[in-house]
Design a protein. Sequence first.
Length: 268
Amino acid sequence: MQSNRAITLVLVVAMLTAGCLGGGGGAVSDAMADADADAAGDSGADPDANGPDLTDPETVLRDAGSFTVSWRYTGVDEQGVRTEVRHDYYADLRAERSLSVTSSSRDGQPDGGSSEQFVADGTTYIRTGSADAATYGSYPGATDVVGTAVGLSQARAYGTNDDMANRGTETFDGVTVTRYELTEASSQLIQAGSAATSGSAGVAEITDFHYVVLVDADGVSRYESWSFTGRTQDGEQVSGEWEYALTRVGSTTVDDPEWLAEARAATA
């Protein structure tokens, strides 16, 4: 459970270091931590709280044979700059083919280009850079994306928390899922959200926090939304949102990317 949490925190730290939330050396105030502890102690457990019973997603997905995972972070710093980072994974395990795409933008403009990794026929092909200045590479061997893709889910890190309340069933990606929401009694995720903003100069308080998980009948997290808003010492608002979606389980196919011929020619 700690390993999943570490993945997200590493990604958050990387984005903060790059200035996604304003970059700096500020820290969450002790008052916020004290207030959070008091709230957790006073409120008691939600009577509807019943965290999801999760299974190992890797086993389920390998049995299904294919899947698509999308992960997105969107943050707005104290200067109003909006940053977005995306990770998309398409895997056809039976055909031993996969495509991974990472991209980022700043105020709607590409920020540092993108990177793609395509695996087929025992070879991994890589494309990095912008559309006008791409660099290609390849190496023998196939990269298994399953662990990396499902590691972006936080449900196994926090899903057994008693402060996750069962809110009934709904449909997601054509599948019946159970919706779980964070209750007011929880402090663990609020503290994690506070830590996530510690790289933003002058962040003093987390003002709102939400966490939602949709779990299917196999005990696999299909969707997660993890968001917060905060306020700096100067009264400026910052915010962040993480979304994870697992879709097309058992029906994902992976076509050759448009740049494959160029990659093969460049690395021949």
